[in-house]
Write a protein that binds this ligand. Sequence first.
Ligand code: GRF
Length: 202
Amino acid sequence: MLRLAVFVSGRGSNLKAILEHSELENLIKVVVVFSDKVECGAFEIARKYGIETKVIGKGDNKISNENLLDVLRNYNLDLIVLAGYLKLVPVELVREYENRIINIHPALLPSFGGKGMYGMNVHTAVFNSSAKVSGATVHFVNAEYDKGKIIAQRCVDISDVKSAEEIAERVLKIEHQILPEVIKAFAEKRILVQDNRVIIKS
Ligand code: GRF
């Protein structure tokens, strides 16, 4: 079984999609959920599934960024999934888990990414750009926001939307498909990094 940590900051619908994806049931185990928030929807979901939760930050009962790597090592992880995690991951983590940290981004990178491009900011920018398609991207994480190698993308037609919220709704549906699919491919060792490209073998 692939041992996973999921990093979250919000409602946790992507975490839920991972936990409820039937094809992942015998392939992965989410052993811990980390958040920069003391409380969030994703923690409620984690607790419902009996998964340990940990808060990253400064202060009592929190794990500082400096201690994060040591804490993670104790879990013997195979993969770290950023599912709506809003903070930059410390560079030591990126080094230690090279090509083993993935992020889901709610747009088609390399457009509409980078610092400050999260949540509704992304969808508002897409809406205001008058783009006719949006979508979701799963990519490896490096030291910069949304800049790691792209693993998978899926598009959705947004030519008829009336609001950024409508884009968010359509993209979220895609996110819930594409993220579990990439995790499955990772568990089945079907993801190959070759030079600057990432290939998913069928
Ligand atoms: C998703 O749109 C994800 O792509 C983005 O933040 C949102 C998190 O949603 N990075 P949820 O917490 O998984 O419901």
